[in-house]
Design a protein around this ligand. Structure first.
Ligand code: ADP
Length: 189
């Protein structure tokens, strides 16, 4: 199964992404996790991106594409992927689709985890002690970036006929069941 998860910061993409990946037996590929791993390990790439992460800004497209692309291709070899955090802009989506079609690894379903900003904010503040980009100022920036750059992807995927909108406010177990029910009809094999 090849799934892309879209949603505001705090929408539950990480939690649901891990569970979906386990459920479908495919890797959870989180662009944010991959970037944070580079920062934590102090790699050259990590040094290049840490400023963007700390401000809540998007890191340059070519950097994200390189690390996500590698993880996606590794996932495909094992049966698919749950992609969380990428693509995040229309240009990333167009690039990703062009490459994915060439390699025959395009997403079968895109899940939008729909959560009002007020709830996303509460959740981000709840985890602020564990992540340096969850302070109030940076969380606002990430929410603004989401509305400006990521929300337009909903129309793009809707037009491709692969978008499933799921209410992300309910308890995690309910959201999980709703996602599975929403994506299964899209599975092509
Ligand atoms: P959240 O879903 O809470 O916004 P993520 O873990 O997905 O958090 O992303 C954290 C940060 O990593 C983003 O604010 C951004 O700086 C960077 N990042 C993640 N994915 C991308 C992407 N596709 N393009 C550019 N930057 C990204």
């Amino acid at each position: 199964m090849r799934i892309v998860l879209l949603g505001a910061p705090g929408s539950g993409k990480g939690t649901q992404g891990r569970r979906l990946a386990a459920h479908f037996g495919v890797p959870h590929v989180s662009s944010g996790d991959l970037l944070r791993e580079h920062v934590a390990a102090g790699t050259e790439l990590g040094r290049q991106v840490s400023g963007y992460l700390d401000r809540g800004d998007l890191v340059p497209d070519d950097v994200v594409l390189a690390i996500v692309g590698e993880a996606v291709m590794a996932g495909v070899a094992t049966g698919g992927y749950v992609l969380d955090g990428y693509p995040r802009t229309l240009s990333q989506a167009v690039d990703a689709h062009r490459l994915a079609v060439t390699a025959d690894v395009a997403a079968e379903a895109v899940v939008y985890l729909d959560v009002p900003d007020a709830i996303a904010r509460d959740r981000l503040m709840g985890r602020a002690e564990s992540r340096s980009d969850d302070t109030a100022v940076v969380a606002e920036r990430r929410l603004a970036v989401f509305h400006d750059l990521t929300v337009p992807l909903l129309d793009y995927y809707e037009a491709r006929g692969i978008l499933a909108r799921v209410d992300g406010v309910a308890a995690a177990d309910e959201v999980f069941d709703a996602i599975v029910a929403a994506v299964v009809p899209f599975a092509r094999r």
